[in-house]
Write a protein that binds this ligand. Sequence first.
Ligand SMILES: Cc1cc2nc3c(=O)[nH]c(=O)nc-3n(C[C@H](O)[C@H](O)[C@H](O)COP(=O)(O)O)c2cc1C
Length: 185
Amino acid sequence: MTLSKIDPLDFSVNTHALFHRQAVLLTCGDFNQHDYNCMTIGWGLFGTMWSVPAALVVVRPSRFTYEFMERFEDFTLTAFPPEFKKDLAYLGSHSGRDEDKLSKTALTPIAADLINSPTFLQAQLSVECRKIYFTDYKPEQFLAPFIHEKYDGGDYHRLYYGEILQIKGTSKFTNPAAEHQSSFR
Ligand SMILES: Cc1cc2nc3c(=O)[nH]c(=O)nc-3n(C[C@H](O)[C@H](O)[C@H](O)COP(=O)(O)O)c2cc1C
């Protein structure tokens, strides 16, 4: 799919619909070394932190992808057209620890522009991020009871903030009305 660069100030997406309904692929590692893994995520944010465009992802320590998030400096977030929904379901229910799960899907990893983690040929949105912060959820700081229900077995997520270095997407992710100076550093 042909994607255009999108300035963060022009980036237009219903993030709740994107994460909660459509789902996103988190991929981390080194494409050239064939040393990477990906998993489907449904919880995350796009926003602003320390005055730079930022993404937040949360990864449970039990995930194979967690090991990559600890070892590598960057990650991509990608979204796909509806026909790849079953592939995202597969990547979100099987572990790269057990199999070459990407080979069971129609997705093709390709080099990203600015970072080592791969992006995907079929993506309609590709966000390249560099890790800038991490912290861990602490159950004693959950202020709403329903949050505890998400953690029957512990395995509290680690939060990773990524500075967004580049956004590429189809025209549906661009706000055509925006006028601005570039918001990248
Ligand atoms: C729709 C959906 C959303 C998910 N969101 C997350 C998430 O935000 N964080 C997380 O740690 N796991 C999440 N998962 C679970 C992982 O994708 C799943 O455990 C995956 O198999 C891990 O693969 P890995 O072991 O290769 O890293 C989600 C799964 C699905 C299907």
